[in-house]
Design a protein around this ligand. Structure first.
Ligand code: M3P
Ligand code: FE
Length: 308
């Protein structure tokens, strides 16, 4: 039976260099809904169709990047079971008390083999989406800003991609959706993993330095909304990295851009459904360019190497 353990990515805490400037940008340009601040000064946001209180937390720091990525789990029994499996696998866990993150229950925190701090939690206070749950209107996305519907996935960089693959599939219950092979034809350069029927809930690329962030991605509803994202970004003089274009991998349409601190973000649409019984898709080294950006069919060096 599906969806008995980890349900979906639930929150990401992102480091920003100037909190006030970032709060304004995440509200007015990205179009997230501001949900308040905590006693540590962190700023909370949700995407407009998310029902839980927060999904993006901004923390002022002296360098950009991601502090942690958290997944929502079905219930307490599933959380306890997952914590036991993580410990039995040989990875230490720590419990962060309820309320440390605003309107969020107790979290189980651990480090995956690439050094990324990762969390599981059950409770986050329902806060309502843009249209409610009784006889809802269609959510007409009218601004301010892009207004993505939800936090969708992140792409992380680190050394032990094989360790992450093993841990994510054997312990956390994810399945492999796509992979890119290196020149040797056997080593994985990158993998896309799902805990659901989405084309990916997380992706990871082999890299010389651990605990790096490539991007955090938000879903929008159509290719036209991807184009609209890029228009809004350009209107606001935001730094667009790549696109709008399409990935061969996942078939998603995409635009990549940077927040004011240099964290790369993505709004994307589409991507096929993938179930655990389906064979993963493999991209060989000679066609990796088309996997990443389907139209130019060649690698973009800056896209691959700039991380926070
Ligand atoms: C995606 C995606 C890279 C590919 C990224 C792909 C970094 O972001 O959403 O499928 O090679
Ligand atoms: Fe992505």
């Amino acid at each position: 039976m599906a969806m008995t353990g980890i349900l979906r990515p639930g929150h990401a805490q992102i480091r920003v260099l100037d909190l006030e400037e970032s709060v304004k940008w995440y509200t007015d340009v990205l179009g997230l809904v501001p949900m308040g601040r905590d006693s540590q000064g962190r700023a909370y946001f949700k995407a407009r169709q998310e029902r839980d209180h927060n999904s993006i937390i901004l923390r002022q720091a002296d360098r950009a990047g991601m502090d942690f990525f958290g997944y929502k789990v079905l219930d307490q029994a599933a959380l306890d079971g997952l914590e036991k499996k993580i410990r039995d696998y040989g990875i230490q866990t720590e419990r962060i008390p309820a309320g440390d993150l605003m309107e969020t229950g107790e979290r189980v925190r651990f480090k995956v083999p690439t050094g990324h701090t990762t969390e599981l939690y059950v409770d986050k206070k329902p806060a309502g989406n843009a249209v409610g749950t009784e006889n809802p209107n269609v959510d007409v996305i009218d601004g301010p800003g892009i207004g993505p519907v939800r936090l969708d996935h992140c792409l992380i960089y680190g050394k032990d991609i094989d360790g992450n693959h093993d841990f994510y599939t054997k312990v956390l219950g994810f399945h492999l959706v796509e992979r890119v092979k290196m020149e040797d034809g056997t080593t994985d350069l990158a993998i896309w993993l799902s805990c659901s029927a989405k084309a990916h809930d997380i992706a990871m690329v082999r890299h010389s330095e651990d605990d790096k962030l490539h991007h955090v991605a938000f879903q929008v509803t159509s290719w036209e909304q991807v184009l609209r994202s890029a228009d809004i970004l350009s209107n606001n003089r935001a730094s667009i990295d790549v696109g709008p274009t399409r990935h061969g991998i996942t078939n998603g349409t995409t635009v990549y851009f940077f927040d004011p601190s240099g964290n790369r973000l993505e709004t994307f649409s589409g991507g096929y459904d993938h179930y655990p019984d389906m064979e993963p898709t493999t991209w060989t080294w000679d066609e990796v360019g088309a996997g990443i950006f389907y139209h130019p069919r060649k690698l973009n060096e800056a896209f691959l190497t700039v991380v926070t």
